[in-house]
Every structure is written in structure tokens, then in C-alpha cells.
Design a protein. Sequence first.
Length: 314
Amino acid sequence: MMSDLIEEVAHVPVMVDEVLEWLITATEGWYVDGTLGTGGHTAAILSRLSPEGRVLGIDLDAEALALACKRLSEESSRLVLRQGSFAQAHLFLQELEVMDCQGLLLDLGLSSYTLEGSGRGFSFQVDEPLDMRFDPSHGRPLHQVIPHLGSEILADILSRYGEERQAKHIADALYDKATRNQLTTSSELAETVRNTARSPLVNKTLARVFQALRIFINDELNTLQTTLERLSDMLKSGGRAVVISYHSLEDRLVKQFFTRESKDCLCPPQLPQCVCTHTATFKILTPRPVTPSPEEQANNPRCRSAKLRAVERL
Ligand SMILES: C[S@@+](CC[C@H](N)C(=O)[O-])C[C@H]1O[C@@H](n2cnc3c(N)ncnc32)[C@H](O)[C@@H]1O
């Protein structure tokens, strides 16, 4: 039964060859897969490591973690799994008495399991409770939070995290429904957006609204920023970080962080000499983001927006 479920919902990992190429610099040591999902990238990483190589796999989603654990059960001697946020990776490593790791991967998108198998309302194409938490054991589901936000904050969320131009208009409608207890499922959310959006491309509006609310309820951008700031302490010199992002907000954040941390000086250009104490901690390996090949995009349309960036710890 479990193996059938894994078959059904296992996520097709994105840019596997590219991840291996940019991430792996030694076949021994510890690698962290901060977004384990159903374990596709981890399986590929393990296939490249020697018997001394290890992977710490982390995911917020206990159900995805259980599927990955089952799928990778033969690798139990080389694989350690932890339920939690990738922002806690440094703590998990400390607990394992690992000083620093050889590589860290973040594959930030939504997995097929999250979209189709979690039952938590991530997709506007299915009717499920409007929860949208990666880890439903913490906090409250989205449908309970929205009525407490007010339409102004809701509009700010749609505009900030979805770059949605009709944010105010849609937020007013969502808030009205929520206060009447009519926004408890993904279908009710989708229907309200469909009835409100003034756009022929309503699916794009739906995608932006769902994305914005998901980013908000999981505090995704702050978590990513915090994790990036801890990267230099976690990686060995010569170790690498690879981040795959799926929308411009994430990619911008990753790009700006890597650019800043690869510079020896952050002083404004008009200063005659450097007065800051900043030193570069990373070398950028991918001046332009790596994207999936046309073949991969044809075989797996979900990967189309993926952008991979990699850095090496100096
Ligand atoms: C695109 S999927 C990863 C798929 C995975 N690379 C594979 O091959 O199956 C993203 C995963 O990240 C998890 N996730 C999202 N935010 C997280 C966080 N802050 N910490 C840990 N896991 C997180 C989600 O639950 C989801 O399983």
C-alpha cells in the first residue's frame, strides 16, 4: 500500500544532473537536503557518495518525511532524517556533532506530494480544507487566520507575495467571505477569486493568490533569509550551497544574498576608500541561474520556472 502511495505522489526531482554537478565536491562527508520532500534529490545524492558519505534530510512535512523514509529505507546507515525547518539545519548538525557540511541543497518549490497528496488546500484545482501549512502541527490553518487579518493586511500580502495588481479588490472579497465563514476550503478561495478578478487570465491570478497566501502562512521568505544568513557557518571551506527557486521573489532574495556575500566591500562607490569590515564568504559559481533543459521542461512542465544558483564557501 505504502509503495503504491509513493508511486502515486512521488515528486519528480528537478534538474537532478545539474544539482549533482554543482553540489558534490567530495564523495565523503555530510550533505544536507533541507527540502527532502519524497527524497528524489537525496536518492540521487546518495548514489554519488561513497559508503562514508552521509545525508541529513530535513522537511517540515511529517507525511512527506515518512514517505521518503520508506522509500530510502535501504539507505538508513547513510541517511539521517529530521522533521523541522531548514532554518534549523545548524541545530540538527550540532546535535549530530557535525561541525560543518560539504554541501547544502534547498529545492524551494511545491512537491507533487504537497500539491496532490497532502490534502491541505495548496492547489486551486482540488477541493480541500484551506490549511496551506507545510507543518500542520504548528500554528493555525489559513482559513482560521484570514478573518483576523483585515482586508488591508490581506491586500498587502497579495501584493507583496503574489505581486498581484488587483490585490485590494480581491482582498476585500476574500475578507468579506472569511468573516462570514465562507472561505474554509481551497474551492471557496478559488471561486471567490474567479468571481472577483477582472482578468481573462484568471488561472494566473489564482496562481498568484495561492502563492501569496502560502508564502505568508509559512513565513517562507523570512525563513529563507534566515537560513541563507547561517550558510557560511554551516559549510566547510570549499563546500557548496545550491538553491532552486520557482518564483521571482525567492530568486531575487537568493541572488541578492549571494551577490552581497561574494563581495569584499559594501561601501558606496563614491567613498574614496573602504570603511566597511565586510569580507566575502562565498564565490558565485553560477553568474546566471541554471534552468532546466528544453527536454526536461517538455517532460515535466512543473519545472519550467525553476532557477538554480550555486555558491562555494571560501
Ligand atoms: C519541491 S519540494 C522538494 C522535493 C525534493 N527535492 C524531492 O526530490 O522530492 C519542497 C519541500 O520543501 C518542504 N519545505 C518547505 N519549506 C520548508 C522549510 N522551511 N523547511 C523544511 N522543509 C520545507 C516542503 O514540505 C516540500 O516537501
